[in-house]
Every structure is written in structure tokens, then in C-alpha cells.
Design a protein around this ligand. Structure first.
Ligand code: SF4
Length: 215
């Protein structure tokens, strides 16, 4: 009968193996320096900003919108009124028919300004103009417990936490306390639909119901 051989379970691996020194530790040269030195030389030199700064620039328009949340709140109220005024037109043409062009405009305008993900249930006016769908965990009712000390996201360390920004944006707004309202879970069946048209149709229905009640 053969005997079972003991197997090494130490970090050094099987007995007799030599510990290898990582190349980054050679000659005091860091891995980043080695990569830089071996990179092919060309005429193109990236603008003088760090890779981290380049990543952060992705959020600059989004952050502008949050800083100007009060102006956008005012603008959206006027815009929603105009959309509601046009309800007879939307109804005449058919909400289903106007959805494609309206959605196209909504997607691009809100995509540029808020990095909108077209969830179809917009809550920007309750979240300081900071889109909660940009949270990697897609939390709709406040931040998780992982916000970093600098106010950035725990999942995307270069991105400011959307809920920290939401709170800042809400403090500038007239209706900013709407951030305290509890939001429903996202209805995934409404993705890629127009929140503008939905809100308009709902407001029109509420207005007609109020008229009937008063009559
Ligand atoms: S809450 Fe939804 S509709 Fe509003 S900006 Fe964010 S993804 Fe777009």
C-alpha cells in the first residue's frame, strides 16, 4: 500500500521553489516607468493632464447641471407646462407615433446634460438634477455605506457619488426637499421610453379628472 505524500500549503509553494523578485523591484524602477520607457515614440503627445483627470472630465457636464440645479428646475417647470399645453396635439397625432422623435431628443439632451440612462421614470427634480441611474448600484433612495472620505463612489473611485451630488444640488432648488420622498423601485419595463411624454399624459389625465370632479 502506497503512502500519501504531504503537500506544501505555504505561500512559497512546493518545497524547493525559489521566490521570484518582481521585475518592478529591479533597479529601483517602477513598473509605470518601465512601461513608459518601452512605449513607442511618436509625434502624438496627449494633452498635459493625468489619466485620472481625463476620466474625471467625463463628469464635467453632469456636475455643471447639478451646480445649476435651480436654473434647470425653473426651466423644466416651463418646459413641462409647454408640453402639457401641447397635449391635444400629442393626442391628435397619437402618443405612440410621437414617441420615437420625442424619445430621440430626450435621450440626447438628457444624455448630454445628466448622463441619462433612459430609465423612463425620471426623478431628476427630486434628486438635485443628479441622475441616480449613474450610481453603479442604481440606488434610488440615497447612498450606500461605501461613499469614500472624499465623497467619491466606492465602485468607481474617480466618480463623485451621485447621491452626495444629489444632496448638494437639492439644496439649491426651491422644491429641493423632494429628495426626502421615498422613490419606488425602478420598473424595468419602462426602460427606453419617454419620461417627458409619460409625465405629460399623466398630468393631462389628472387635470381632466379634476375638471370632471369640479363639474
Ligand atoms: S432618472 Fe431616469 S429618465 Fe431621469 S435622467 Fe436618470 S435615467 Fe434618465
Amino acid at each position: 500500500m502506497s503512502e500519501l505524500q504531504p503537500v506544501s500549503t505555504t505561500a512559497a509553494g512546493p518545497a524547493g521553489g525559489e521566490e521570484k523578485i518582481p521585475p518592478s523591484a529591479t533597479g529601483g524602477m517602477t513598473q509605470a516607468t518601465m512601461v513608459k520607457k518601452t512605449a513607442p515614440k511618436t509625434d502624438y503627445k496627449p494633452a498635459d493632464v493625468s489619466p485620472q483627470r481625463r476620466v474625471q472630465r467625463r463628469y464635467s457636464v453632469r456636475l455643471w447641471s447639478i451646480r445649476h440645479s435651480r436654473l434647470l428646475e425653473w426651466f423644466y417647470a416651463r418646459f413641462a407646462d409647454i408640453f402639457l399645453l401641447l397635449h391635444p396635439l400629442w393626442k391628435g397625432i397619437g402618443y405612440g407615433r410621437v414617441e420615437t422623435p420625442v424619445k430621440f431628443v430626450e435621450k440626447h439632451v438628457k444624455g448630454l446634460m445628466f448622463d441619462c440612462r433612459m430609465c423612463g421614470q425620471c426623478v431628476l427634480s427630486s434628486t438635485g438634477m443628479s441622475c441616480p441611474m449613474n450610481c453603479p448600484k442604481q440606488l434610488r433612495n440615497g447612498p450606500c455605506g461605501g461613499v469614500r472620505a472624499n465623497g467619491n463612489c466606492e465602485v468607481e473611485p474617480d466618480m463623485p457619488c451621485v447621491w452626495v451630488k444629489a444632496w448638494e444640488g437639492s439644496r439649491n432648488m426651491v422644491q429641493g426637499d423632494a429628495i426626502l420622498n421615498v422613490q419606488k423601485p425602478v420598473d424595468q419595463s419602462l426602460r427606453e421610453t419617454s419620461a417627458w411624454l409619460r409625465v405629460t399624459a399623466q398630468a393631462a389625465a389628472a387635470r381632466e379628472a379634476a375638471k370632471k370632479e369640479a363639474a
